[in-house]
Design a protein around this ligand. Structure first.
Ligand SMILES: Cc1ncc(COP(=O)(O)O)c(C=O)c1O
Length: 380
């Protein structure tokens, strides 16, 4: 039988390995020059002013909620179709999650439903660009500006993605990208906040380094070269030079990787046109780039579990993204959510299956995936 095919996978080549070894032989494993180099490469790649790297995407989101100035009992609005970290990071600040239902055909937050969720305690909106398909940031940002709300774009899936001619950092105050291995750029663990605001950048830098500064302009009583002051309660959320070296090398291949992901997507979309009962999530962008972190398909909910088991039994390690966050016991217990609260999100979850999508997916592997799906659903 064919070797199991995962739904997502990192791609590491000799160049990546050499870059890491070089750092391992150098004087700095952390807090060295590779950190700034990676940050510069990331801000250049996305055409924004600043990038602040963090130890992972979750700590980066924690930094973003902190920098937003959100306080305990303030509210933030986000989507239930996401990984727990999107909302958990807001909870770390003592803030209260308010979920907003999703568009049934994309899994992205429905921008038209956001305004009715806003109260005088709403401080942040956190849209997620699900699977690499950019959420309607333009509409969301207009709403946010009207109500003086900060937008934290969870672009964990969306490195390099674009919608209607704008990028992931354009209609938001901060955008987070994750460097977890199944994402476009693998650092082992890692994340970044991209922003055009110097003020937010300064807050983020302080937060990821214990709240400590050596900046003479910020220090009250400078005593000498050894001197630093702790101004805020921060964390050690730094990314090492080892990981940054890997990230720099990986980022060089990101454009190519997104092109390959789009080729794979095109072949799936063509193949599924003739398959009964499969819907592909919609790409609503005109002149955009879907970065295809995932390739989600929507099946009839009655067969989803059976189809999932069938694919796994055939060596295709499909996955489900995501179990709606409001149905998690922690969220139900602490915030009073219940099943039935967000109908579109729940139906999306009941229908969704993520099939293999990664740049090194071989043509024969993809043919096998398509063939296996055809055998299940039959052709029209
Ligand atoms: C949508 C989303 N947000 C946040 C995260 C957290 O990122 P990390 O795993 O780098 O902490 C993930 C990671 O899986 C994610 O998919």
């Amino acid at each position: 039988m064919i070797k199991p095919i995962p739904y997502g996978k990192h791609f590491i080549d000799e160049e990546d390995i050499k870059s890491v070894i070089k750092v391992l032989k150098s004087d700095f494993l952390t807090q060295g020059k590779k950190v700034e180099e990676f940050e510069k490469a990331l801000s250049d790649f996305h055409g924004c002013r600043y990038a602040v790297v963090f130890s992972n995407g979750t700590s980066a989101l924690h930094g973003a909620y902190y920098a937003s100035g959100i306080k305990p009992k303030d509210e933030f609005i986000t989507t239930p179709i996401t990984f727990a970290a999107t909302a958990n990071a807001g909870l770390y600040m003592g803030a209260v999650p308010v979920f907003c239902d999703v568009e049934p055909d994309t899994g992205n937050i429905d921008a038209n439903l956001i305004e009715e969720k806003i109260t005088d305690r709403t401080k942040v909106i956190t849209p997620v660009s699900y699977a690499g398909n950019v959420a309607d940031l333009k509409t969301i940002f207009e709403i946010a500006k009207k109500h003086n709300i900060i937008v934290i774009h969870d672009a964990a899936h969306a490195l390099g993605a674009r919608r209607d001619g704008y990028g992931i950092t354009d209609f938001c105050h901060m955008a987070m990208v994750s460097f977890h291995p199944v994402k476009h750029v693998a650092c082992g663990e890692g994340g970044v906040i991209l922003t055009n605001s110097e003020k937010l950048k300064d807050k983020l830098m302080l937060f990821r380094n214990h709240g400590i500064t050596k900046d003479k302009n910020l220090i009250e009583n400078y005593e000498g070269d050894w001197y630093y002051e702790m101004l805020e309660l921060g964390y050690n959320y730094r990314l090492t030079d080892i990981q940054c070296a890997l990230g720099i090398s990986q980022l060089k291949k990101a454009k190519e990787s997104i092109i390959r992901r789009n080729e794979i997507a095109k072949k799936y979309i063509n193949a599924f046109k003739n398959i009964k009962n499969i819907e592909v999530t919609k790409n609503k962008s005109i002149d955009g780039i879907h970065s295809y972190h995932l390739f989600p398909i929507l099946t009839p909910k009655e067969v989803r579990k059976d189809f999932f088991d069938y694919m796994r039994n055939n060596g295709i390690l499909v996955q489900i993204h995501y179990i709606p966050l409001h149905t998690m016991p922690y969220y139900k217990k602490n915030f009073g959510f219940k099943k039935g609260d967000f109908k579109n999100a729940e139906l999306f979850y009941e229908r969704e299956v993520s099939i293999p999508m990664f740049p090194s997916l071989a043509d024969e592997q993809q043919d096998y995936v398509i063939e296996t799906i055809k055998n299940y659903f039959g052709e029209v």
